[in-house]
Design a protein around this ligand. Structure first.
Ligand code: ATP
Length: 365
């Protein structure tokens, strides 16, 4: 195991800056997830740590060693890709053992390690099969097993579950978490899937356009996003964003007034007459029977139901503000079933309301 430390890493491809200002330190044994939309630079960071790309500038340490000029195979990291290429002519056991044999590890130790890895990944009954006799999920477990068998200091995973179907993905995700709890290898995991990020990570690093937006424990990043990009990227359905104009403790949202308690507006300076973006998550909205408030620190918006999606445990509603193009996602209990065209009164929990600067996207409140 080893800590991984990036100091002001930048990578340019000709004139394109893929990543810049990338600095973080992953303590020994932690599981960190790099997450962000396509093209934000996740894979470039991972490949730089693996030694498959070189940094244009900045310093990269694995353990206490500066590894900028250390070739990939000497970095003692193992990487698993989305397209896990197994050797088709070898059995599962031979695939898992391959890296160890290349390193001329003693054959007894190889046997032991293959047996251990097969046990932790539930591959024991498949050891004599060839890859084409395995399901996609089993093949992916073999690819993980091959990486784990090397007992690397650092484990790098680039979207390892994205080729699996939904059920297998959930199962393998849980297995990965379990495996990390058992082995404690420092792990860096790249995904654009926010569920994977939220469930697997000790810490997540949210990236956008080659730069870090926020680093933190998943729950705290979800609860206190640094900016609008982070706020809308984490959470499904995503946070609602409502353009509004502020005046005298009140936001005007497309002609409807949201009165804000004085103690909230005192915390920050909101300029009179200026535009802001309000953020509220779908789960922080409830449905009121009429336009009267029955909670403190809440505000009401009238909306018209456009779409209802019953999911069993919960119901997702898409509802539009009358006379505007603004549509809200609302997540309520599975026993609530409005109809398209119904007028609803949405109660917004103002303790959960965010205010963003529409120019910079930074969170103000
Ligand atoms: P995805 O989720 O789609 O895999 P990503 O977040 O992993 O995306 P990267 O693959 O790291 O993103 O790419 C970051 C940026 O760098 C993109 O704009 C990409 O086009 C660019 N880039 C990556 N590799 C190269 C390359 N070899 N040559 C030129 N540009 C590249």
């Amino acid at each position: 195991m080893a800590k991984v430390h990036l100091e002001d890493i930048k990578r340019k491809f000709n004139n394109v800056t893929a990543i810049e200002d990338i600095s973080f330190e992953i303590p020994d044994g932690e599981f960190w997830v790099l997450v962000g939309p396509s093209g934000c630079g996740k894979s470039t960071i991972l490949r730089t740590i693996a030694g498959l790309e070189s940094a244009t500038s900045g310093k990269l340490f694995i353990g206490d060693t500066l590894v900028n000029n250390v070739p990939a195979r000497q970095r003692d990291v193992a990487m698993v890709f989305q397209n896990y290429a197994l050797y088709p002519h070898m059995t599962v056991a031979q695939n898992i053992a391959f890296g160890l044999e290349m390193r001329k590890v003693d054959s007894k130790i190889i046997q032991e390690r293959v047996a251990n890895v097969a046990r932790s990944l539930a591959l024991e009954h498949l050891l004599d099969r060839k890859p084409k006799q395995l399901s996609g999920g089993q093949q992916q477990r073999v690819a993980l097993g091959r990486a784990i068998a090397r007992e690397p200091q650092v484990f790098l995973l680039d979207e390892p579950l994205s080729n699996l179907d939904a059920q297998l993905r959930d199962d393998t995700r849980a297995e990965l978490k379990q495996l990390h709890q058992e082995l404690g290898i420092t792990t860096i995991y790249v995904t654009h899937d926010q569920v994977e990020a939220m469930t697997l990570a000790d810490q997540i690093v949210v990236l956008n356009r080659g730069r870090i937006q926020q680093i933190g424990a998943p729950q705290s990043v979800y609860a206190r996003p640094a900016n609008q990009m982070v706020a809308t990227f984490l959470g499904s359905p995503p946070m609602n964003i409502l353009p509004a104009i502020y005046n005298d403790h009140t936001f005007d949202v497309s002609g409807q007034s949201l009165a804000i308690p004085a103690e909230m507006t005192q915390k920050v300076h909101l300029r009179q007459g200026y535009s802001f973006d309000l953020g509220i998550r779908p789960e922080h909205i409830t449905i009121n029977t009429d336009s009267e408030l029955n909670e403190q620190n809440a505000a009401i918006l009238s909306v018209d139901v456009k779409l209802v999606e019953p999911l069993g445990r919960e119901t997702l509603i898409r509802a539009g503000l009358p006379g505007s193009t603004i549509v809200l996602n609302v997540q309520v209990g599975g026993n609530v079933h409005p109809h398209p065209g119904d007028r609803l009164y949405l109660q917004l929990d103002l303790n959960q309301l965010f205010v963003f600067d529409p120019k910079t996207g930074d969170r103000i409140l």
